[in-house]
Design a protein around this ligand. Structure first.
Ligand code: AHR
Length: 310
């Protein structure tokens, strides 16, 4: 019966279901989990056969997954790259196999942008600038800042750091007193913040925590509380993503501000793939996604939409 249906479809010329390989970074954060779920749901809604691969934050796993997608002859590949460098050989292999690649989220460092169709992502530098602008306003530019960095070598960490630093450079009394990676995870966020608080004599001289994502901020909040300080009051907490848990922390006054990064990139990525496969249209190399800044003053409407009106 299945074979007969396939034969009928090819005789009538009706569209066959697309097969798309998706190489995801991992499941290091709540944001990432929502992103993966959203891509899977969108694929199902469109009848796309999605081959999902979790790289567990390792580029070598992503390269293996992409090679396996090529060997399986998928129609297109979506990749959220862990780090920026090291993509040329495998992207060239996909190009030789005539399989288009769409990048989502983090960037790649490639001179030859014909190796992919487009990238769908926010501007990480802008996210860092938004976080810093909020903090400089809230503190009149006078602040000792602790920075929790994301994964080393990832464009999300690089861009957010550059954007934030470019703003605070204009404020002589604002400085980063400690900066360390916590790999975008909650557990590391707590562990690193604990050691920073000890190294800073308990943390009373710290004015703010700048965390490259909400997940690390949530871990750090725990550490701040255990050190006897009040997150959001004794220490401002500013981060990026706008995940559900950070909204609960905003409501509790334990977070000061978060810069939104939408995890819903599956829809736009599949739109591009479907159109590209039909028309071979040239897309802009970067489709930029914007995000709001949510603070203790303006989070209420979004909070209601997420938790009350469900
Ligand atoms: O690359 C985007 C970042 O990766 C998100 O901000 C973070 O939560 C995730 O781990």
């Amino acid at each position: 019966k299945g074979l007969a249906l396939c034969a009928l479809l090819s005789v009538t010329g009706a569209a066959q279901a697309l097969t798309v390989g998706f190489s995801q970074v991992g499941s290091e954060s709540g944001w990432r989990t929502t992103f993966s779920e959203s891509v899977k749901a969108e694929a199902e809604r469109r009848g796309i056969d999605l081959k999902f691969s979790d790289a567990q934050q390792k580029q070598e796993n992503q390269i293996k997954a992409i090679r396996s997608f090529i060997a399986q002859g998928v129609d297109a590949i979506v990749v959220a790259p862990v780090v920026e460098t090291g993509w040329k050989p495998v992207f060239m292999e996909a190009k030789r196999a005539r399989i288009p690649i769409v990048i989502v989220d983090r960037n790649v460092d490639l001179k030859n942008d014909s190796l992919y169709v487009t990238r769908i992502a926010p501007d990480f530098t802008e996210e860092g600038k938004k976080a810093a602008n909020w903090l400089m306003n809230a503190t009149a530019g006078k602040c000792n800042i602790v920075e929790l960095q994301g994964t080393v070598g990832s464009s999300a960490a690089i861009g957010r750091m550059e954007g934030f630093n470019s703003v605070i450079a204009n404020y002589p009394e604002a400085k980063i007193v400690r900066s360390q990676t916590a790999e975008f995870t909650r557990a590391k966020g707590k562990e690193v913040m604990e050691s920073i608080l000890k190294a800073e004599g308990g943390g009373e001289s710290i004015c703010a925590l700048w965390s490259h994502n909400d997940e690390m901020a949530l871990g750090a909040i725990q550490a701040i509380k255990e050190a006897g300080l009040k997150p959001g009051k004794d220490i401002h907490v500013v981060s990026v993503d706008a995940v559900d848990d950070i909204f609960k922390a905003l409501a509790a006054g334990e977070v000061s501000a978060t810069v939104e990064m939408s995890p819903h990139m599956g829809g736009p990525a599949f739109d591009v793939i479907e159109e590209y496969l039909k028309t071979k249209k040239k897309f802009d190399k970067w489709i930029v996604m914007d995000g709001k800044v949510f603070t203790t003053e303006n989070y209420q409407q979004e909070y209601k939409a997420r938790f009350v009106n469900q």
